[in-house]
Design a protein around this ligand. Structure first.
Ligand code: WTA
Length: 659
C-alpha cells in the first residue's frame, strides 16, 4: 500500500502493453501506429477524407476537405451537411443496437437509472420537440446549467438535434459567471435544474439562474426550462419558467434531425485564458464530432461489450467529448455519476466499478491523488478491498500525472494488467492530441507519450524553431486538424493573438511548456500563462485577480498557483488593501470575506487557499507584477532569483503571514 516510489526509477521505467490486450486491440502495434502516421504525413487531406467518409453519416456529402485560404481560420468538410445527434443516436437504432444500454446513471444517493439507445433517442426527441415548440431553432444559443444526469446529456443532444448552439456552464460557477456567459453568447434560452445533489448536500442551481437574469442584460433570456431534480422549493417566474416535465408532455418521440453545415457551431465552451474575461471556445459540428468519435475508438479501444466511465462533469470539455458526443457516437455503454468520489465513503469509485462491471475508467490525477490519501487513512476503502477485475483500461486527463500516482493507479486500480492512457488535450483541441494507444504504445509513467496519427505536434523555441530532445519549450501543433477551435466567440483578434502569435508563423500555440525525450515522448511541464489547474479545473489567475480587485477593500491583487499534493495546484492570492496591511486578527476576517467574495464572483472552485497581505506588490520598474517571485514566496522558498529589476525589494518580506 506504500505510495513512496523512487521517482527516478519510475521515470526510466517503460511498461509495454500486455500481449493479451494488444492481441485484441484496434491498433495493436507500433508498426500499425506508424503506418497511420505516415499515411497522414503523405496526404493529410486524403487521410482526413477517408476518416470523415467512413466515420460519419452525412446528409449531404462534402467534396472539399480543408480550406486553409483564410488561415488561421480553417474550415473542414465545408460543403457537407450532417446532424450530430443523428450520428450519436439514430445510427445505433439502425444498426441493431437500439436496445443496448446507452447510459447507466448513478445518483448521489446510490440509486440507479438505465436507458437504452432507443429510450435515450426518444427522450432527446421529446425534449427537442418541446424546445422547438417554445420557438427556438437553428442559430439560437442556449445556456445549460445542470447537474450530471441523463437529462443534461439529453438536453445537449436535443440542442444538437435542432441546430441550437449550446454553452454548458459548470455547476460550480457563480451567478456572476453565469451572467457573463449568458450575455457574451447571447442566449435566449436557459436549461437548468432546481438543484443538484453532491455528497449528500443539496446545492441550488435555479436560484443562481434567477440572480444571473436579474443583472444587466440578463433579460435576453426569454425562457428557462427547469428539470426538477430534487423537488426543492424554488421561485417560479410566470411566463418565463417552464418545468421540463411540462415541456415534454404530449411531445412526439420522433424528431427529424435538422441537417446543418459541417462548420455550424455545435457549442461554445468558456475557458480561462490570460485575461480576466473567459474565452468562448467555439467548435464546429462535423470536424469536432469526427475526432471525438475517432479518438474514443482509438484511445479507449472501444469494444461493443465495454462499460465506459468518464468521471468528468459535462461542464468541462472532457464531459462534452467523452460523455455526450464521442462515446455515444462510438456506441459505448457509459456510467454517468452525479456525486463525488468520497461520498458516502472513499471507496465509492471502486464500489461503482465493481457494481457496474466497468471496463474502462477515465479520471483526473487530482481524484487519484486524493483517493491515495483517503485509502491510506481508511484502509477499508483501499481499491484492493474491491473486485476490480472487470477493468481492462485506465485513463488520465486534465493535468500532468506524477509518476508516483501513475504507479499507484497502475498497480492498485489496474492490477498491473491495464494500460494507462495519459491523454493530453485541451478545450481548444476538441479531442485527444498526445496520448498512448493502449494496444501499441510502450508507456512511461508521467509522459503523455506521442501525437495521434494526423497530429503534427512539436516543441519549439519562441521563434518557432524545433528544439532538440531534453530542451524545454513551447508545445505547438503545426498543422490544422478537424476538431480544432474555430473561433473565440465574438473576438477574432483574441483567437489570433491567443493561439497563433506572429512569431510562430501559423503554428497553433497550446499555452503549455513541454519537452521531448530521446524517444520523442512528450513531457508536459506546465502552463506558460497564468492559467491554474486546481483539482483538474482550469481557472484563470487573472480572472480571480479581477474578482479580488472588484472588492471595496482591495487595492491590488496578484494570484499565483503553488504545487499541492492533492489538488495539483492551490490558489494563492497576494493582496494589497486600500488601507494599511491588517493585523493578524483582522487579516483572518478579511481573508474569509475575500474568499466568500471570490466564491460569489467566480465560483466556490476559485476560492484562494492562502491569502497573504502586504502594503504593495513586487513590481518591475515598468510596473509589471513579478509573479515568478510571488510563486517562490507562495511555496515558502528562498528568493534565490535575480531581484535587480524589482522596484521595491522590501515588499517581499511583508507577505509572511498566511491566512
Ligand atoms: C492541462 C482538459 C498534462 C494542460 C482536457 C492543458 C494536461 C490544460 C493533460 C487544458 C495531461 C490536460 N498532462 N497536462 N494529460 N491534460 N492538461 O482546457 O495544461 O480544461 O493546456 O482541457 O490542462 O485544460 P482544459
Amino acid at each position: 500500500m506504500s505510495t513512496t516510489i523512487n521517482t527516478m526509477l519510475v521515470e526510466k521505467r517503460v511498461i509495454h502493453p500486455p500481449a493479451e490486450f494488444s492481441a485484441q486491440a484496434r491498433i495493436s502495434s507500433m508498426e500499425q501506429y506508424q503506418a497511420l502516421c505516415e499515411e497522414a504525413e503523405q496526404n493529410l487531406e486524403e487521410f482526413w477524407r477517408n476518416m470523415a467518409e467512413s466515420g460519419l453519416e452525412w446528409r449531404k456529402p462534402f467534396t472539399k476537405v480543408l480550406d486553409d485560404s483564410n488561415a488561421p481560420f480553417y474550415t473542414w468538410f465545408e460543403d457537407g451537411e450532417l446532424n450530430v445527434s443523428e450520428n450519436c443516436l439514430d445510427i445505433h437504432l439502425k444498426n441493431g443496437n437500439a436496445d443496448k444500454t446507452a447510459l447507466i446513471f448513478e445518483a448521489d444517493d446510490g440509486s440507479v437509472e438505465t436507458v437504452t439507445y432507443r429510450q435515450l433517442h426518444a427522450r432527446v426527441c421529446r425534449i427537442a420537440n418541446g424546445i422547438r415548440a417554445l420557438g427556438y431553432g437553428k442559430g439560437d444559443r442556449a445556456i445549460l446549467y445542470l447537474p450530471m444526469s441523463i437529462e443534461a446529456i439529453a438536453m445537449m443532444q436535443a440542442c444538437a438535434r435542432l441546430g441550437l448552439t449550446h454553452s454548458v456552464v459548470f455547476g460550480g460557477f457563480s451567478a456572476r459567471s453565469l451572467h457573463q456567459r449568458i450575455v457574451d453568447v447571447g442566449a435566449r434560452l436557459v436549461l437548468t435544474a432546481d438543484a443538484q445533489m453532491r455528497g449528500g448536500r443539496q446545492i441550488p442551481l435555479k436560484a443562481a439562474v434567477d440572480e444571473a437574469l436579474a443583472y444587466e442584460g440578463g433579460d435576453v433570456v426569454e425562457k428557462v426550462v427547469v428539470y426538477q431534480r430534487t423537488g426543492a422549493d424554488i421561485n417560479w417566474e410566470e411566463g418565463r419558467d417552464v418545468p421540463l416535465s411540462e415541456l415534454e408532455t404530449g411531445q412526439s418521440e420522433e424528431c427529424e434531425p435538422v441537417a446543418v453545415e459541417a462548420e455550424h457551431p455545435l457549442f461554445v465552451l468558456y475557458t480561462s485564458g490570460s485575461t480576466g474575461k473567459p474565452k468562448g471556445v467555439q467548435h464546429a459540428s462535423a470536424g469536432y464530432l469526427l475526432w471525438a468519435k475517432q479518438t474514443a475508438q482509438w484511445v479507449f479501444d472501444a469494444r461493443p461489450e465495454d462499460v465506459f466511465w468518464c468521471t468528468a462533469d459535462i461542464g468541462w470539455v472532457t464531459g462534452h467529448s467523452y460523455i455526450t458526443y464521442g462515446s455515444l457516437a462510438a456506441g459505448l455503454t457509459q456510467i454517468v455519476f452525479e456525486g463525488i468520489p468520497t461520498y458516502p465513503h472513499a471507496g465509492r469509485f471502486w464500489e461503482m466499478i465493481q457494481r457496474h462491471g466497468v471496463t474502462i475508467f477515465y479520471t483526473a490525477p487530482t481524484a487519484i491523488r486524493s483517493l491515495i490519501k483517503a485509502s491510506e487513512q481508511s484502509p477499508e476503502h483501499h481499491p484492493s478491498r474491491y473486485d476490480l477485475s472487470s477493468l481492462r483500461l485506465l485513463g488520465s486527463v486534465g493535468e500532468p500525472i506524477n509518476p508516483e500516482a501513475w504507479m499507484w493507479y497502475y498497480e492498485n486500480v489496474g492490477g498491473s494488467r491495464c494500460p494507462i492512457v495519459d491523454t493530453w488535450w485541451q478545450t481548444e483541441t476538441g479531442g485527444h492530441i498526445l496520448t498512448p494507444l493502449p494496444g501499441a504504445t510502450p508507456l512511461k509513467p508521467g509522459s503523455c507519450t506521442l501525437p495521434l496519427p494526423g497530429i503534427d505536434a512539436a516543441v519549439v523555441d519562441e521563434a518557432g524553431n524545433e528544439l532538440p530532445p531534453g530542451a524545454g519549450g513551447l508545445l505547438v501543433i503545426r498543422r490544422p486538424w478537424p476538431a480544432m477551435i474555430r473561433a473565440v466567440w465574438g473576438d477574432e483578434n483574441r483567437y489570433r493573438s491567443s493561439y497563433f502569435p506572429d512569431e510562430l508563423r501559423g503554428m497553433y500555440m497550446a499555452g503549455d511548456n513541454a519537452q521531448r525525450d530521446e524517444d520523442g515522448y512528450f513531457w508536459i511541464l506546465g502552463r506558460t500563462d497564468d492559467v491554474l489547474s486546481v483539482s483538474g479545473h482550469r481557472l484563470g489567475g487573472t480572472e480571480i485577480e479581477s474578482a479580488l480587485v472588484a472588492h471595496e477593500l482591495v487595492a491590488e491583487a496578484a494570484v499565483v498557483g503553488r504545487p499541492d499534493a492533492t489538488t495539483g495546484e492551490a490558489i494563492v492570492a497576494f493582496v494589497m488593501l486600500k488601507q494599511a496591511a491588517p493585523s493578524a486578527e483582522e487579516a483572518q476576517k478579511v481573508a474569509e470575506t475575500l474568499r466568500n467574495w471570490v466564491a460569489s464572483q467566480v465560483g466556490p472552485i476559485a476560492k484562494p487557499k492562502d491569502i497573504r497581505f502586504g502594503n504593495n506588490l513586487p513590481k518591475t520598474r515598468s510596473g509589471k507584477i513579478m509573479r515568478r517571485l510571488l510563486r517562490l514566496v507562495a511555496e515558502g522558498r528562498e528568493i534565490d532569483q535575480d531581484t535587480s529589476t524589482l522596484e521595491n525589494p522590501d515588499v517581499l518580506k511583508q507577505f509572511s503571514g498566511v491566512y
